[in-house]
Design a protein around this ligand. Structure first.
Ligand code: NAP
Length: 269
């Protein structure tokens, strides 16, 4: 069985280490490779996948670009408008999105309540789109705030949730139960937070989907203020675990995936 991940560039992906460890632990004979694919070659690469692979993960910048070349989409991928997992079924390429349920599974694993709770998302990019959809489907009350407010409004409208900006953001921060950073602020920058200095929610659990570094400034500030926190690793692991299940029909050992991903992150630095 051939599996892999397509993206561009792909030098820092953790997926091969974590998926290979899970395949070995499950005793499944398969390979999972990083297959760097420049935008001009996406179509040709997907034809190769159709002929030779059981499936692939799809990452930046191809999550939307692959859609015209697929034969079908899961309801989630169709609603989100992005694909992170392709499964080859009877010669057909079917696109799925495991980022959305993967995020929710990470909350559940950590015992964080979301049903009926107020979730405030910072950011309106690709990750925000999947998380807003996933949380709404799972029964949370979602609002989106973004540096570029028009993008927050557009996304909120597309997903059918709320958006906040300006002075309303401060009020939303006070009353939210979950604050989720989906911006890239803090990525490889342990000194920068998406919130201004001294501003934090009152009682919310603070989630940062950035996983490099594992402890972002936002998470450290929240912990210092006595707030419950969750980092970006659970989402990374669970989107991978759900993709593994789609390809193999087997539930992977998630602890093995955590251990392999952590080891790889240390290597990547
Ligand atoms: P994206 O589509 O490029 O969106 C980036 C978002 O960050 C936009 O909302 C952008 O706001 C905002 N932003 C960027 N720089 C900012 C700044 N200086 N101040 C305020 N806002 C800023 O990226 P993405 O694919 O959604 O990914 C976002 C982050 O999530 C990345 O760090 C990625 O590594 C992480 N991620 C983690 C997982 C996981 O499994 N844990 C999965 C996916 C993504 P504007 O609209 O104003 O530009």
């Amino acid at each position: 069985m051939k599996l892999g991940i397509i993206g561009y560039p792909l030098s820092h992906t953790i997926s091969p280490a974590m998926q290979t460890a899970a395949l070995e632990a499950a005793g499944i004979e398969a390979t999972y490779r990083a297959i760097e694919t420049a935008p001009a070659f996406v179509r040709a690469r997907l034809n190769e996948v159709r002929r030779e692979f059981r499936g692939v993960n799809v990452t930046i910048p191809h999550k939307q670009a692959v859609i015209p070349f697929l034969d079908g989409l899961s309801p989630e991928a169709s609603a989100i408008g992005a694909v992170n997992t392709v499964v080859v079924q009877d010669g057909q390429l079917i696109g799925h999105n495991t980022d959305a349920p993967g995020f929710v599974r990470g909350l559940e694993e950590a015992g964080i309540e979301y049903r009926g709770r107020k979730a405030l998302l910072l950011g309106a990019g690709g990750a925000a789109r999947a998380i807003a959809y996933g949380l709404k489907q799972a029964g949370a009350q979602v609002a989106i705030s973004n540096r570029t407010p028009e993008r927050a409004r557009e996304l909120a409208e597309a997903v059918g949730v709320g958006s906040v900006s300006g002075s309303l953001l401060e009020a939303a921060l006070k009353t939210c139960d979950l604050l989720i950073n989906t911006t890239s602020v803090g990525l490889k920058d342990p000194q920068t937070s998406p919130l201004p200095e001294g501003i934090l929610p009152r009682h919310a659990t603070v989630v940062d989907i950035v996983y490099n570094p594992l402890e972002t400034k936002l998470l450290r500030d929240a912990q210092a203020a006595g707030l419950n926190t969750l980092g970006g690793f659970p989402m990374l692991i669970w989107q991978g675990a759900l993709a593994f299940e789609l390809w193999t029909g087997v539930k992977p050992d998630v602890r093995v995936m955590y251990a392999a991903a952590q080891k790889q992150l240390k290597v990547e630095g």
